[in-house]
Design a protein around this ligand. Structure first.
Ligand SMILES: [Zn+2]
Length: 114
């Protein structure tokens, strides 16, 4: 996939987390994660998040503390904002997605110069 398309995928991920932060969305994990829907397929290859962290399945990203907080403290199927800690963790995740978008845009600029 071209890098410009990967950037689009990650931008939709930023929007997903913006919605969660605004209280208008929830996190369905693999089922509604824009990059997972393309890259996960049980093996998690080629995802921009995995390329950025060097680890598969969102390890090394703020998704891990979000996931465990949701599972251990709230335990609902729908992962969304339930308390101030949720909000902070969702913001971390959104910021991380935005960081990856920026990183990919930089990379794209460099590739165009070559
Ligand atoms: Zn919480």
């Amino acid at each position: 996939m071209k890098i410009i398309n990967k950037i689009r995928v990650m931008e939709s991920s930023v929007r997903k987390w913006d919605k969660i932060i605004a209280g208008k969305g929830s996190d369905g994990g693999v089922l509604d994660c824009p990059p997972c829907r393309i890259y996960y397929m049980l093996i998690c290859v080629g995802c921009p998040i995995a390329e950025y962290t060097g680890k598969k399945f969102c390890k090394g990203s703020p998704y891990v503390p979000w996931y465990w907080h949701q599972t251990e403290v709230h335990g609902h199927i729908r992962k969304k904002i339930y308390c101030p800690e949720c909000l902070k963790l969702a913001q971390d995740m959104r910021d991380f997605m935005a960081e990856i978008v920026e990183h990919m845009k930089e990379k794209e600029k460099k590739e165009q110069k070559v």
